[in-house]
Ligand binder design. Structure first.
Ligand code: NAD
Length: 485
């Protein structure tokens, strides 16, 4: 294996070239292609290769063939190549940002830039992480050691809301721990993934990272495949259940990052005027298409009316539009399927006569999937808008009277992804946070993530974690050695 810390020549990928699959170190055409639409116009702007079942087989075989040599490298050798990959991604950062806006819709100057930059940072930092061998016991006659060994071929399946970040969140820990990968992006947003796959072919040995785009059935084929040792999946709870069922064929390791219905609890003593902008972005960033978006805000009744008024005042001049425009705050909904789900939810809000101090009507004459920023004031707890994950720019702000009541409401959900608590009395806020049944709880802050901070959902929001030492360990088998001295 050559030292690839410094690449022999700079990585160069032509972003104007046709998109191809990355299999066994080569860029491969598919027999068929499928349309990729710009959600701001609903015009087809690119063709993505539709990988066949046979091509997926080839990708899995390539990853399997590449595994022994990749796993045999030291952590430092793999880490150096992953850092070189971060450099190569960096060199194509601007093209990736533009492409992300074109295929996903999010504003180029803010969300798209933030996503690509965060993803590259993640790759660079995860490259430096290690799982050290642990000595549990070392006595005159006995030694117990715990080590972590790679699993083999990992299948990665990603959604359409953060295709770059969520994709690279899987690539970096998978490769640094010594596994190889086959990734299948969402058919709605395959392009950035195909390009970061192309970039990878100039950095890693053949077969270490393979990308196959195509329909949902490829995902199913991956979850059933006997040569895939683990599935790392981010997507909906409904699909997560299917992944788990079909992964049972060979007892795959499974990490599931699924849906959520995160509550933000604003206590009576909260500094509500200051937190309104933070909570606006927490709910409406990425047009609400975010697993950990604040999807229901519970505000103490004593401040509820003022909070709603201030929230609406802050929200009403934010612009929804084409993400390529500098003035756009929120882009379109990524695809028509999700847009139609939102139309249905908006119709339910209207039919029930809930109070809507902002937005509420989708202008269906627009070409793009634009949905207005919508606030629903104090709908009943059993309404669809409170109970369901909307995955769009519509938010219920619900009044509550006492802390026991709001904790019970926040927890009465099949989801348990994340939540937040806001209050000046820090101890009281933390006491509430401790009782929320979610994988992450923020107190007087929100949406902080870190390389070393585990992230995962409780209940039907997922299984296992990403990030942190625990997330890294999920790409390995625990192996215990015992030596008699
Ligand atoms: P989805 O479940 O429809 O699709 C996700 C991926 O699964 C896609 O690549 C799809 O092609 C693939 N797929 C579909 N059917 C499959 C099958 N039977 N077997 C294997 N793979 C299959 O999800 P989506 O609509 O793309 O994403 C939105 C959902 O993702 C939301 O519920 C959101 O909350 C969740 N999400 C969760 C997190 C998290 O970290 N917890 C992050 C982002 C999104």
């Amino acid at each position: 294996m050559t030292d690839q810390t410094t690449l022999a020549k700079p990585v160069s990928v032509d972003f104007a070239a046709p998109y191809k699959l990355s299999i066994a170190g080569k860029l491969i055409e598919a027999n068929r292609t499928f349309d990729v639409l710009n959600p701001a116009t609903n015009e087809v702007f690119a063709q993505a290769p539709e990988g066949s079942p046979e091509q997926l087989e080839e990708a899995i075989a390539a990853a399997k063939a590449a595994f022994p040599a990749w796993a045999a490298l030291s952590w430092d050798e793999r880490g150096a190549m992953i850092e070189a990959y971060a450099d190569a991604l960096e060199a194509h950062k601007d093209e990736l940002i533009t492409l992300l806006t074109l295929e996903q819709g999010k504003p180029r100057h803010s969300m798209a830039k933030g996503e690509v930059e965060a993803a590259i940072f993640w790759v660079r930092e995860v490259a430096k992480r290690r799982l050290e061998r642990e000595i549990l016991e070392d006595t005159p006659d006995h030694v117990v050691e715990v080590d972590h060994t790679p699993l083999g071929v990992v299948g990665a399946i990603t959604p359409w809301n953060f295709p770059v970040l969520l994709g690279l969140w899987k690539v970096a820990p998978c490769l640094v721990t010594g596994n190889t990968m086959v990734m299948k992006p969402s058919p709605y947003t395959p392009l950035c993934t195909l390009r970061f796959g192309e970039i990878a072919q100039q950095v890693f040995p053949a077969g270490v990272l393979n990308i196959v785009s195509g329909g949902n059935e490829l995902g199913q084929q991956m979850t059933e495949h006997p040569d895939i040792a683990k599935i790392s999946f981010t997507g909906s709870t409904a699909t997560g259940k299917k992944v788990m069922a079909s992964g049972s064929t060979n007892l795959k390791r499974i990490t599931l990052e699924l849906g959520g219905n995160d509550a933000a609890i604003v206590l009576a003593d909260a500094d509500w005027e200051t937190i309104v902008p933070t909570l606006f972005w927490a709910a409406f960033g990425n047009s609400g298409q975010w697993c950990i978006a604040s999807k229901r805000i519970y505000v103490h009744r004593s401040i509820h009316a003022q909070f709603v008024e201030a929230f609406v005042a802050f929200a009403k001049d934010k612009t929804v539009g084409n993400g390529m425009n500098e003035s756009t705050d929120l882009g379109p909904i990524q695809n028509r399927m999700q847009y139609d789900k939102l139309r249905d939810l908006f119709a339910d809000v209207k039919a029930n006569g809930y109070k809507v101090p902002l937005g509420g009507t989708i202008d269906e004459s627009l070409a793009g999937n634009f949905v207005p920023i919508t606030v629903v004031d104090n709908p009943p707890e059993n309404s669809r808008i409170v109970q369901e994950e909307p995955f769009g720019p519509i938010l219920p702000i619900v009044a509550f009277d006492d802390v026991e009541e709001v904790i019970a409401k926040a927890n009465a959900s099949p989801f348990g992804l994340a939540g937040s608590v806001w209050g000046r009395d820090r101890d009281a806020a933390i006491a509430v946070a401790r009782r929320l049944e979610t994988g992450t709880v923020w107190v007087n802050e929100i949406h902080i993530h870190g390389i070393d901070i585990p992230f995962g959902g409780h209940k039907q929001s997922g299984m296992g974690v990403e990030n942190g030492a625990e997330g890294l360990a999920e790409f390995t088998n625990t192996k215990t050695y015992m030596f008699h001295k």
